[in-house]
Design a protein around this ligand. Structure first.
Ligand code: PLP
Length: 379
């Protein structure tokens, strides 16, 4: 299989599996226990905390381990609502991940949605206008979009939000490990990340909580994670997350992605790459193949042993119109002709070439079978 769906989840790095195995076998002690076997496990958790902190330029004690990106996002949003009850406004973009959109539904106050332009970027002047000083509590923004890879201007967003007295949460689930994140120069207040997007297993995530801000935990109980996330620690997952963070050494994925895009654009010149004018993650391409039904393409590509997705499929097997493309001003037919390919360091140049060739052949096959230009629904 040529796996080009790493925005949905990445293959676990064998070195990460090796690192976690002892914590599934012999080092099973509860890190809260007092005997020496537990001290060793506690030390491993602390090492992982430092590794994750290093990845994003944070202090180790600003890292809270969670079960996934979704939990981190929900925690950040709920924490701000609980900690600043006097401030009522949550500001998000129209293109947020479902984790943020759904968490926003529980925000007991005003949720203000910032529209995006054709490249998926919010207008900074509009953001300024949406922030009501004294009311704006939190701006929660995707650092990099999971469908298009478009990178938000986090620096400017953070400056604008702070100037209006609001805190900032960055959903860096896609960005972490793909672009440099250094929170020493980027004073966001909360940041979410998820292990399975950078070669750790599923079921482990982290939330950065700046030392500057108040925090209210989502999960309460035994007081683990310094009272910030109760529940016995997922030690193998935490060790894996730390190891995976330490292996994020800026592999240059852009040549693979760019080669793929260039092959498609030269063979299928009517293709449209979303966010092409914006700065994007180096590993994601979201491409519309006009008149081609993405669901049918997925079937053809699956037969050719290529795994990719139609729009955003990381949260459901069902295909539904992409709210991201809709927010960017594209209609449902356009969205239904869109595929997302996402690369990781386990892909090769020859895979990029073979996948491009397979996509081109599949498009030609559909178009010649049809002999016209309207969308074909494959059975
Ligand atoms: N945020 C973004 C941008 C994502 O791509 C995902 C992936 O599904 C999530 C949040 C949720 O992360 P998780 O699957 O770890 O809950």
């Amino acid at each position: 299989m040529i796996y080009l769906d790493s925005a949905a989840t990445t293959p676990t790095d064998p070195a990460v599996v090796e690192a976690m195995l002892p914590f599934l076998r012999e080092h099973f002690a509860n890190p809260s226990a007092s005997y020496s076997a537990a001290r060793m496990v506690r030390k491993a958790v602390q090492t992982a905390r430092e590794q994750v902190a290093t990845l994003i330029g944070a202090h180790a004690d600003e890292i809270v381990f969670t079960s996934c990106g979704t939990e981190s996002i929900n925690t950040a949003i709920a924490s701000v609502r609980a900690s600043w009850p006097e401030k009522t406004d949550l500001i998000i973009a129209d293109t947020e991940h479902a984790a943020t959109l759904e968490a926003a539904k529980r925000w007991n106050g005003q949720v203000i949605r910032a529209p995006v332009n054709r490249d998926g970027l919010i207008d900074l002047n509009q953001l300024r206008a949406l922030l009501r000083p004294g009311h704006a509590a939190l701006v929660s923004i995707l650092w990099a979009n999971n469908e298009t890879g478009v990178i938000a201007p986090m620096h400017e967003i953070t400056e604008i939000a702070h100037a209006a007295g609001a805190l900032v949460h960055a959903d860096a689930v896609q960005a972490a490990g793909k672009i440099e994140i250094d929170l020493r120069n980027m004073p966001v207040d909360f940041l979410s990340l998820s292990g399975h997007k950078f070669h750790a297993p599923k079921g482990i995530g982290a939330l950065f909580v700046s030392q500057r801000v108040r925090f209210a935990p989502l999960l309460v109980g035994g007081g683990q994670e310094n009272g910030r996330r109760s529940g016995t620690e997922n030690v193998p997952g935490i060790v894996a997350l730390g190891k995976a963070a330490s292996l994020c050494d800026q592999h240059d994925l852009q040549p693979l992605r760019d080669h793929f895009e260039q092959r498609l654009i030269s063979a299928l010149p009517d293709s449209i790459i979303h966010g092409a004018q914006a700065i994007r993650l180096p590993n994601i391409t979201s491409i519309c193949l006009p008149g081609i039904d993405a669901a049918g393409m997925l079937i053809l590509l699956d037969k050719a042993n290529i795994a990719c997705s139609a729009g955003s499929a990381c949260h459901s097997a069902a295909l539904h119109p992409s709210h991201v493309l809709e927010a960017m001003g594209f209609d449902a037919a356009h969205a239904a002709s869109t595929l997302r390919f996402s690369f990781s360091r386990f892909n090769t140049k020859s895979e990029s070439e073979a996948a491009a060739q397979a996509v081109i052949e599949a498009v030609h096959k559909i178009r010649s079978a049809r002999g016209g230009s309207s969308a074909v629904i494959m059975n």
